[in-house]
Write a protein that binds this ligand. Structure first.
Ligand SMILES: [Fe+2]
Length: 380
């Protein structure tokens, strides 16, 4: 094996770039295109989960179920319909919480796959594979199949990951807000996290509703943002790979044929449409967005800083979850940011599964969440 320092970084070919670019633009999506959602209209919630007791964390986002076991949904005779309703609920509320779950790692992977499949994502989309691969790295392939990622605070402190932000001089807790794997051409739709080991206090996770973040902007600024694209990058994984003595395997697909190679950079619209709800959201994030394109660097700095501050400081579009052992959160990365709170010394560990959705696109006919709810006459 050649020394890792001599590894070359393969950029996508023009053909690959064009293939991705062609997938953007307005709806209706064509089923023939790889990377397109196969939905031709937003999905409707059928009310199948109404029999389970639940409450909203805030008016903006988050719903917690009191007695629902995810394994019951998987085993039910009408499980496909139940999972479709769960997906719609998550996409509309941003994040859903369940406590004391008995779900195994294998069932988490099955649920992750079936939940995303229920939304008619592209046929080629499967489950997220982390770009770093080693026996100790997350999301390794086991027997040819992806497994859940072991999330561990002690390992994160060693390897970096998103917690590398704590090397920043500022050390503001909000620095680590992100949306999962937006550096991929076809990023994650849903992510699921189960916490198995937790400190007596601390380690809460926060979410921000990026549908409502868009609504914090004036209509003219929203229209401007919807004309822009931005570059997202996780090239820092190359440094991390060198530090850990492992390699990024460019030949392996990471959940979609367009997620391949060791060029860990993608361009996405700044405002995207969620095909499940038909609502618009901001799709920039502190973790992976490197540059808004087509504007000067100073303009990028101002716009990006403003959007981040609007999210971090408007606590009416946030929710915070205090985990218990066996708690599960499932969120939609297209319309939320999330951030763990690193305010503990003890071990905090769990498992994560993320599914791959569609190539992000902006549909000019899509609407803001509040506008959409008003049109439908619904509260959520
Ligand atoms: Fe994350």
């Amino acid at each position: 094996m050649p020394p890792i320092a001599t590894q070359t970084v393969t950029s996508p070919t023009n053909e690959e770039r064009n293939a991705t670019l062609k997938l953007r633009g307005s709806s209706p999506p064509s089923e023939a295109s790889s990377g397109r959602s196969r939905l031709t209209a937003p999905m409707q919630y059928q009310g199948l989960l109404d029999k389970y007791e639940s409450f909203e964390l805030t008016p903006s986002l988050g719903r917690e179920f009191k007695d629902l076991q995810l394994t019951d949904l998987l085993k039910a005779p009408n499980s496909d319909a139940l999972l479709a309703d769960l997906a719609v609920l998550i996409s509309r509320r941003g994040v859903v919480f369940l406590r004391d779950q008995n779900i195994s790692s294998e069932d988490m992977m099955e649920l992750s796959k079936r939940l995303a499949d229920a939304t008619q994502r592209p046929r080629e989309s499967t489950l997220s594979i982390h770009p770093l691969e080693s026996d100790t790295a997350p999301e390794i392939m086991v027997g040819g199949n992806p497994k859940t990622t072991d999330i561990s605070a002690s390992r994160q402190r060693k390897s970096g990951g998103i917690s590398r932000f704590y090397d920043d001089v500022s050390r503001w807790a909000s620095q680590a807000f992100h949306t999962d794997i937006s550096f991929e051409n076809v990023p994650a739709d849903y992510s699921m996290l189960k916490i198995n080991t937790l400190p007596p206090t601390g380690g809460d996770t926060m979410w921000i509703n990026t549908y409502d973040l868009l609504d914090k902007m004036s209509p003219s600024f929203q229209e401007y943002l919807s004309t822009l694209e931005a570059e997202h990058s996780a090239e820092f994984f190359h440094d991390e790979a060198r530090r850990l003595g492992i390699k990024i395997r460019p030949e392996r697909e990471r959940g979609h044929p367009l997620n391949k190679g060791d060029h860990l950079t993608a361009v996405h619209p700044v405002v995207r449409t969620n095909p499940v709800t038909g609502w618009r959201s901001i799709y920039l994030n502190k973790g992976f967005t490197k540059r808004i394109l087509g504007v000067t660097k100073d303009e990028h700095d101002m716009i990006f800083d403003y959007i981040n501050r609007a999210g971090f400081q408007n606590h009416d579009i946030q929710c915070r979850f205090r985990w218990g052992k066996g708690s599960v959160a499932i969120w939609d990365n297209r319309c939320t940011w999330h951030c763990a709170t690193f305010d503990y010394e003890e071990e905090r560990a769990g498992e994560r599964a993320s599914s791959i959705g569609e190539v992000p696109y902006f549909d000019p006919k899509s609407v803001n969440r509040k506008h959409g709810l008003a049109q439908e006459g619904k509260a959520w």
